[in-house]
Ligand binder design. Sequence first.
Ligand code: SF4
Length: 753
Amino acid sequence: MAFDIEMIKKVYGTMAERVDKARELVGRPLTLSEKILYSHLWEGTPSQAFSRGKDYVDFAPDRVACQDATAQMALLQFMHAGKKTVAVPTTVHCDHLIQAKVGATTDLAVANSQSKEVFDFLSSVSNKYGIGFWKPGSGIIHQIVLENYAFPGGMMIGTDSHTVNAGGLGMLAIGVGGADAVDVMSGMSWELKFPKLIGVKLTGKLNGWTAPKDVILKVADILTVKGGTGAIVEYFGEGAINMSCTGKGTICNMGAEIGATTSTFGYDDSMRRYLAATGRQDVVDAADKVADYLTGDAEVYANPSQYFDELIEINLSELEPHINGPFTPDRGTPVSKMKEEATKNGWPLKVEWGLIGSCTNSSYEDMARAASIVEQAVAHGISPKAEFGINPGSEQIRYTIERDGIIATFEKMGTKVFTNACGPCIGQWDRAGADKEEKNTIVHSFNRNFSKRADGNPNTHAFVTSPEMVAALAISGDLSFNPITDTLLNDKGEAVKLNPPTGDELPKRGFDVEDAGFQAPAADGSDVQVAVSETSDRLQLLAPFDAWDGKNISGAKLLIKAFGKCTTDHISMAGPWLRFRGHLDNISNNMLIGAVNAYNQEANKVKNQLTGEYAAVPAVARAYKAAGVPSIVVGDQNYGEGSSREHAAMEPRFLGVKAVLVKSFARIHETNLKKQGMLALTFANEADYDKIKEDDTINFLDLTEFAPGKPLTLEFVHADGSKDIILANHTYNESQIGWFVAGSALNLIAANA
Ligand code: SF4
């Protein structure tokens, strides 16, 4: 499982030259974020300064990580790149597909049986292409990355929004869609708009009941769920230095909840301690040689308002524990105000469950501090009023906290120890009675608390707080309990006050594990067979999309004119469809089923021009495809906003849609369409959207002259024989036109492999 120290040394080897050059080009001191960005340019040593929030820049990330739900389609695509191995170190982690119900042993056995074919596929494809594979039960992707792969000054991408967790070890780690991961695994560059920078200066020191989680709960309260969009959040100051590395991970993790591109901290002693404790003294030795390049320039932190686009200052000595929610992670309430807020808003005060875990808060320190509260309750004869469950972040943590008696402490209170996996954090929680949809309150240490996220019950009021506060609230069974001022009654009727939590940042006896759950790939995977059953309804090998035939598209039918908002969720719904993420044919049955048809204002009901009947969008698309008739989709503003889900581009491509013509695109979706070999077009004149009629047949008049900067001309033939000529703009450059010609970006990579 060893991290790649040679790769890390290579990154550090070029860092000084690249950062020094960037400082010269930018003409001022640099933040840490800028140092990492400029030292990871695809072009190598920088040759120009970039404008934050404006320029699109090609980067060369050091690593890729994928989780089991998103890895399926990413790896199915990668198989088409024609490569023998991945171009950069990559790992796959089985953590999302394991349900929490009874307890770790039983739940893991059930998952291994139910998702066997998915795990077998991921294992074999990893083995074949040089990818490290972390088996079900090994732990949560981001905890394992922090324990094994993250390194100060590095850049990684991951097919999960909480990839940002690795900022706790001074990385720039960014969540992306599968298509981006495939590019980087295939040896291509990765494009990102040069982010803006938000500085967070932390002064003072955490104390008493306040934990690192409270820093990000406070930041989320200040910035809200959109406040970090397009920006990197960089933390600095004595308060940052005084905090554990895993605590920094918690703060960076929830940067996803404010929409930030990522978050990071400068290299410091807490990182040295953590790297050494996780067996990576050689990374410390290498990092120490370039330590000045692994943090922001002193002048930046001395006068931050001059160098960051936005600045926040938090005094940790005065920060109160926070409880954020319900239903959104940016609704922050300091513990002292919870009674008033809950009463005012009618939130149920009785806490039914306390859950500790998720990639946000499942470190040794988290478990140790929460257990210290449980220990006190047990010692004082206080019985817990709520149920309690934990998901350790990794097998290494589970093994170590078992060895150190921490699990035994939790079990004294009847705690359920679930698998080292995401579990309730991603709705993988078979909670008894949730189907009754009763109004109730739970508290957890996770990052997201949207309606239905944990147990599927829209009336569950989920509150996010630190692990130690989860423990206190679960023991008291009262959302308004303030452990700083309130007392609890023990079994003798005496009032007892809990002391603030304590716990080691790192295990005194070091981490230990018998079987971490890692499978190293074959040294030569050429003979490894990838396991996909032809009869599977969850996995399907992909066939390459057809190359362009070099002719104008003619006789295309309008599949749908989408009205209003059409996000990637409208185009490829999540929920129950997640099960088919590795099966393009099956998941295509959700294509555009959420989009509203402009002609009848109904979802999933469009006219089949071949029969004149109305049917579901996927059914009509399949009918056109079967008849050899191309189709096109028309859309409104910001078409494809939302996630970077590549399924939203692959499904229309698979069902025979040739072009998507809209008023405007969400940029990532536009790029995804291009990558899949489709025509992503925008109306030169937005008002032309209104000219398009339900029975239209479309002919491209000059696709044979497809060139950068040259609009395409489309002829819309209406049912009465009249015609409208519509000009469509596009943003294809030469190489992207190559993707279209080849049938997809991957076809082109494979042709050049
Ligand atoms: Fe995502 Fe939750 Fe799993 Fe973290 S623990 S990776 S937030 S599902």
